[in-house]
Design a protein around this ligand. Structure first.
Ligand code: PFF
Ligand code: NA
Length: 454
């Protein structure tokens, strides 16, 4: 039935365009801002190893599952779950899964936009040469005084949210593919350049050691959960975002190959960020566990010191803002697609309302770094709560359900036809095993472990 149907929002022009858009969704603040600071907070190597295992055993099979579900229904996540449950003759309640995804997207976008605002402000700071010749404590002071000002954070948060809304309002096809295709190679080239700088610092090997030599005594139940949550967050999984993109995917594209390329690119960018940042940490006597400010307290040191650092700094922060934009677009799209397809909103109106709600929620994150810094619930600020709730709980729960749905509920002939894996039986069997057993069991065991049952 899904064969002749096309998504109402258009279709990607090619396999390449899909890979670009999904990689654009994946590569973002999660790689460059979040991965380094949570790696720093969770002790380094062992955490990174768990993270990589999660990407391989849970992330890639789930990305295939999500893409497949989206392509089969050609609809927004909520409607996808309704259509596919009907097709499988399953319980109606599965569509709540789509709801959770839309909600998670809102919540993530609310703080994502605030942090992307920091990156935007840093474009300006880099441009005006604020970092040149500054020492580490001056760089830290720049960051501290910046986040202490709610007005400044609000200004940049608003600007970024507005940009997101404007881009999404124009629709998924127009211009959007091209800008991502331009951005990613640029970001990659700048990062390679910065690895070159990191290699010249005397903390280089200490940094690599921290990142890649596992010390399992540093691994707690909670850091395993954080690593798993980060795999979901970084690959944009568990909330139907990739599902939306899958809905725009032409029939003849290999889902397995695309998923591996996307996950590979995402992982490489995250590791590069670590390879750049930790050498700077150790060669300047900084601490790996300095929290969400880590990137903003380390990279400017490099820009202030390296040859051509002014230009590299300006370009890097611009690239980071654009990488964040191509992710924020993916965060808001499930809600927008749902408002259009199920509620009859125009695209512009759908963007306006979903952007507005996320923007308002973002105030909580803005104040978490200043006025409400000490207002804590469960020992966490508003920002930390939203982050924990989404990345560590909602996305893994969403991923668990998607795995169960794709592996157990959906008819085998349907998943087999959609995935169309080469060498048929073996690779399909591997996927099926990972999705039916490994992914759900891993999420379940990690949760039990955190709750203290295991
Ligand atoms: N994957 C993005 C990042 O690493 O920055 C964040 C993200 C985007 C998460 C889109 C979820 C999503 F649907
Ligand atoms: Na990512």
């Amino acid at each position: 039935m899904a064969d002749e149907k096309k998504s109402q929002q258009g279709e990607w022009s090619s396999r390449f365009a899909f890979i670009l858009a999904a990689t654009g969704s994946a590569v973002g603040l999660g790689n460059i801002w979040k991965f380094p600071y949570i790696t720093g907070e969770n002790g380094g190597g062992a955490f990174v190893l768990v993270y990589l295992l999660c990407v391989l055993l849970i992330g890639i099979p789930l990305m295939m599952a999500e893409t497949m579900l989206g392509r089969r229904s050609k609809e927004n996540p909520i409607h996808t779950m309704e259509i596919l449950t009907a097709e499988a003759g399953a319980d109606k309640n599965w569509h709540y899964l789509g709801w959770m995804g839309v909600t998670a997207g809102f919540l993530i976008l609310s703080y994502y936009s605030v942090i992307a605002g920091w990156a935007s402000a840093y474009v300006v700071k880099a441009f005006f040469g604020n970092f040149s010749g500054a020492n580490p404590s001056e760089i830290k002071a720049i960051f501290d005084s910046f986040v202490a000002s709610p007005m400044q954070l609000l200004f940049w948060h608003s600007l970024f949210m507005l940009a997101t809304m404007l881009i999404v309002a124009r629709g998924i096809e127009k211009g959007f593919e091209k800008s991502v295709g331009f951005l990613l190679p640029w970001l990659f080239a700048l990062m390679i350049l910065m690895v070159g700088y990191a290699m010249t610092t005397d903390g280089y090997f200490k940094g690599l050691n921290f990142l890649f030599r596992p010390d399992f005594s540093k691994l707690t139940a909670d850091s395993v959960l954080v690593a798993m949550g980060q795999a979901f967050f970084s690959l944009s999984l568990g909330m139907g975002s990739i599902m939306v993109y899958g809905a725009y995917l032409p029939k003849d594209v290999s889902i397995a190959k695309s998923s591996m390329i996307i996950a590979g690119a995402d992982t490489i960018v995250a590791l590069l960020a670590g390879i750049i940042i930790f050498p700077i940490v150790f060669s300047n006597g900084l601490h790996p566990n300095s929290g969400p400010g880590l990137v903003f307290e380390t990279l400017p040191i490099a820009f202030g010191n390296m040859f051509g650092g002014w230009l590299v700094g300006v370009l890097f922060f611009i690239a980071l803002v654009f990488a964040a934009l191509s992710s924020s677009i993916a965060l808001i799209e499930p809600a927008v697609a749902w408002l259009i397809e199920n509620k009859g909103f125009s695209r512009a109106k759908a963007c306006l309302w979903s952007g507005l709600v996320a923007w308002l929620l973002g105030f909580g994150t803005v104040f978490s770094f200043n006025a409400w810094k000490n207002a804590k619930l469960f020992d966490r600020t508003f920002f930390e709560l939203v982050d924990y709730l989404t990345a560590n709980l909602m996305l893994p729960i969403g991923g668990f359900c998607i795995a169960v749905f794709a592996g157990w509920i959906m008819k085998q002939e349907h998943s087999k036809a959609e995935l169309d894996l080469p060498g048929e039986h073996l690779s399909y069997a591997v996927w099926k095993f990972l999705v039916c057993y490994i992914a759900p069991a891993a999420v379940f065991l990690v949760f039990l472990n955190v709750v203290g049952v295991l």
